[in-house]
Design a protein around this ligand. Structure first.
Ligand code: ASP
Length: 580
């Protein structure tokens, strides 16, 4: 049997002129000029122009007449140079065309819901994803994803990591989200949870002597879907024995750089900067700052301690940003609304409008205060006077907002950052008790073990996050490898002996049977690839994503199930899901 094609569309150039070729692909466009018919034939490699001339072949001309967009064709013919005035400089194959001798319709297409590459509603694109996937954008993104993942796998292999498969159906893994549950026909009334991550399994591979584990692991988390969140996503998940933090960070940096290089991009310089959680929160008001612009939070607490302006004098902290604009009253009103959304009571300001200060609070400030707060003409000082936590949160929110509104990030730059030394615990907003910041298996930094039970709020964890241009790519930590320490963490979280045993007995057993010191990391593959692709959300790099309602427009999932099926699983539904 002869093959369907002997070359692909996008690779032909003037050097091929005079050769005969056999091509197969989709009809991108068809232009019927009465006699001559022009067809742009497309495959994964690009497009090439077919010319069907009835004087050369009446048969092919009759077929060409029938062709419509997205018909699959097979063509044979000769590569010829186009006349200079007919060359298309926008197409890599624009200097040539194919004078067709035979043309065959391999497969037909009904009229399309949209044209390939057309900017239409995303739900429509996802409903017909196979069509959307033929677009340049999706072809580029899926291939880019493949190249990045292949580079990561090669790096892991080179560094001696072992790919170990871990179960998806398991017991709940506490990563801070809700679990997806899987009912079990053989044990009605019982459920597996889909793994939120392979966290405990990868730790057990360390106890099992694997030393360096990795997996491109699928994780499931029942959370609201957002630009950077899907129910299911992949992580570069890794774990290493006998390491400290820097060993883990080093491997991640190597993987990131390998992906950049595989894509022919200039790789970020190593080592990536490291900043403590305390410092990033103080300077940027978030643990994932976009460092492509400055606009750092500054402090005026000392300066305003004895201020005549009571709001400043009495606030636990007074912090501010210097925005590079002399904002109008209307702008300031809008900024105050943003600040209030983040929890501020108000937003004080000093506008330096060409050297002249506009501000309702200036009259309460002393000469010395005004002098210390004097900024360049064309700027605005925005103040939040509140608790440290609120001031930080509000100014962090404003900084991000201003970055976007004023186009502050330098888009040419790639800024990676390790945020390190997070607190180990935080207060649970609902219960008021202590809960983990990363997950309960994170070790305290050296010297802080004592604090786990005695002063939990002051304990720091060996937890680190990787940030790229303000997106959290992933997190990891050095783990607890002693059962007693693990139990101290559980106790602080309010887990009694029985509950510890019931939920994590297997982990405690493993930690009691020769657990090596270990640590690891997980990097979100889709977030990483979306940023590499310059896409605003991860759906654009996922072949078949869900939309924000939690559904899949392509298959129509999720769907209801017949009662007979549910009964077999020991389930009755108490909600009426309405019509699908
Ligand atoms: N399991 C953690 C996560 O999914 C990552 C880690 O600590 O290795 O975020």
């Amino acid at each position: 049997m002869s093959s369907w094609r002997d070359t692909t569309c996008g690779v032909l150039t003037a050097d091929d002129a005079g050769t005969r070729v056999k091509l197969a692909g989709w009809t991108d466009t068809r232009r019927d000029h009465g006699g001559l018919v022009f067809i742009d034939l497309r495959d994964f490699s690009g497009k090439v122009q077919l010319v069907i001339n009835p004087e050369r072949t009446a048969d092919a001309a009759a077929v060409a007449h029938d062709v419509r967009n997205e018909f699959v064709l097979q063509a044979e013919g000769e590569v010829v140079l186009r006349a200079p005035e007919a060359a298309n400089p926008n197409l890599p194959t624009g200097e040539i065309e194919i004078q067709v001798d035979t043309l065959r319709i391999v497969s037909r297409s009904e009229p399309l819901p949209f044209q390939v590459g057309e900017d239409v509603d995303e739900v429509l694109r996802l409903k017909y994803r196979w069509l959307d996937m033929r677009s340049e954008r999706m072809q580029r993104n899926l291939r880019l994803s493949h190249i990045a993942i292949a580079a990561i796998r090669r790096t892991m292999d080179d560094l001696g990591f072992v790919d170990v498969w871990t179960p998806s159906m398991t017991k709940g893994t506490p990563e801070g989200a809700r679990d997806f549950l899987v009912p079990v026909r053989l044990q009605p009334g019982k459920f597996f949870a889909l793994a939120q991550s392979p966290q405990l399994f990868k730790q057990l591979t360390m106890v099992g002597g694997i030393d360096r584990y990795y997996q491109i692991a699928t994780c499931w988390r029942d959370e609201d879907l957002r630009a950077d969140r899907q129910f299911e996503f992949r992580q570069l998940d890794l774990e290493m024995s006998f390491v400290d933090r820097e060993d883990v960070l080093d491997v991640l940096e190597a993987s990131v750089v390998a992906a950049f290089e595989a894509l022919g991009r200039e790789a970020p310089a190593r080592p990536f900067p490291r900043m403590s959680y305390a410092d990033v929160m103080r300077l940027y008001g978030t643990d994932k700052p976009d460092l492509r612009f400055g606009l750092e939070i500054q402090d005026a607490t000392e300066l305003t301690r004895g201020s005549d302006f009571g709001v400043f004098a009495n606030a636990p902290v007074v912090r501010y940003l210097v925005a590079p604009r002399a904002f109008s009253r209307a702008d300031l009103g809008r900024l105050e609304d943003v600040a209030k959304e983040w929890g501020a009571k108000g937003l004080a300001y000093l506008v330096n409008d060409g050297g002249e200060i506009r501000s309702p609070i200036a009259k309460f400030l002393s000469e010395q205060e005004l002098e210390a707060l004097r900024t360049e003409p064309g700027t605005t000082v925005l103040f939040v006077a509140d608790t440290e936590e609120i001031a930080s949160r509000v100014l962090g929110g404003l900084r991000t907002h201003l970055g976007r509104e004023l186009d502050l990030p330098d888009l040419e730059r790639n800024e990676f950052l390790w945020t390190v030394d997070f607190p180990l615990f935080e207060r649970d907003e609902n219960t008021g008790g202590w809960t983990f910041v990363h997950h309960p298996f994170t070790a305290a930094i050296d010297g802080d073990e004592e604090k786990i039970e005695h002063d939990p709020g002051a304990a720091h964890g060996q937890h680190y996050d990787l940030i790229w241009n303000g997106w959290e790519l992933g997190s990891g930590s050095i783990r607890i490898h002693r059962a007693e320490t693990q139990q101290a963490v559980f106790r602080t979280m309010g887990l009694g002996e029985a509950e510890q045993q019931e939920k994590f007995g297997f982990l405690l057993d493993a930690l009691r049977m020769g657990a090596p010191p270990h640590g690891g990391f997980a990097m979100g593959i889709e977030r990483f690839v979306a940023l590499l692709a310059g896409e605003p959300d991860i759906r654009q790099v996922i072949a078949f994503p869900k939309v924000s309602s939690g559904g899949d427009p392509l298959t129509g999932a999720p769907t209801t199930m017949p009662d007979t099926v549910l009964r077999e699983l020991g389930i009755t539904s108490i909600v009426d899901p309405g019509q699908d």
